[in-house]
Write a protein that binds this ligand. Structure first.
Ligand code: SF4
Ligand code: SF4
Length: 232
């Protein structure tokens, strides 16, 4: 059994003094009173959210090609898309083209878990995060936002952050600069080096097939594994 005197630590003597705990508590109170409050006075004061906050998903319907990638990848199956095909007559074209017309694009925010997969996979930049989060409803059915409602959130999407000044320029910028550097007059353009021939060199002559080593004949009488001759 442990001796109680062994369990005491050096602070025990200080704690045992009368009034020390009270003084310590008052010191903490005074220190906290002089600090600024960290409480955010929401909703009187809007919170300063980080630029990449995930509030609500906004839809830019003009960019949507009804490829269905977002609906297929959504782990909660809370994106509902309907569309129909429309013929577009192109002047000069042999036949009319077809294009998808978006009829319905709904997101059920009562199921959405804000994973952002739909925004990541959209190849046409039709979905965006908006930091708006004040869309609570009394009726859960009202959390199904349709195409028009999702489109209204586009006005709250923040502009993309500025490029890193030390980063590589965008491919589009590089291509545009290269194109602008080419003179309009064909005579002033630098000579274009002909592309390297893609023809393969003539095939090397076929190597003669390797002959298998001759099979050993029957071993003479008296021959042993040591290679010695017959015993006299
Ligand atoms: S954020 Fe995730 S759960 Fe919500 S709609 Fe997009 S893919 Fe579905
Ligand atoms: S992934 Fe983008 S383009 Fe494709 S259906 Fe979804 S929102 Fe439209």
């Amino acid at each position: 059994m442990t001796d109680p005197s062994e369990r005491s630590d050096p602070a025990d003597g200080e704690r045992s003094l009368p009034g020390v705990g009270l003084v310590k508590g008052l010191a903490v109170t005074l220190k906290t009173m002089t600090r600024r409050s960290a409480t955010q006075q929401y909703p009187d004061v809007a919170p300063a959210l980080p630029p990449r906050s995930r509030g609500v998903i906004a839809l830019l319907a003009e960019n949507c090609t009804v490829c269905m990638l977002c609906a297929r990848e959504c782990p909660d199956w809370c994106i509902y898309i309907d569309s129909h095909k429309e013929e577009v007559v192109v002047p000069g074209a042999a036949r009319a083209r077809q294009r998808n017309v978006l009829d319905r694009f709904d997101i059920d925010f009562s199921l959405c878990m804000y994973c952002g997969i739909c925004i990541e996979v959209c190849p046409f930049d039709a979905l965006y995060w908006s930091p708006e989060f004040e869309y609570a409803e009394y009726d859960i059915k009202d959390l199904l936002h349709d195409k028009d409602h999702l489109g209204e959130w586009m006005g709250t999407v923040p502009p993309p952050p500025a490029h890193d000044p030390n980063g590589e320029p965008a491919k589009e910028e590089t291509a545009a600069a290269r194109k602008a550097a080419i003179p309009a007059n064909p005579a002033e353009r630098p000579a274009v080096t002909p592309p390297r021939s893609t023809e393969r060199p003539a095939a090397a002559p076929a190597r003669p097939a390797e002959q298998p080593p001759p099979r050993p004949g029957p071993r003479p009488a008296g021959d042993t594994a040591t290679g010695e001759g017959p015993t006299p």
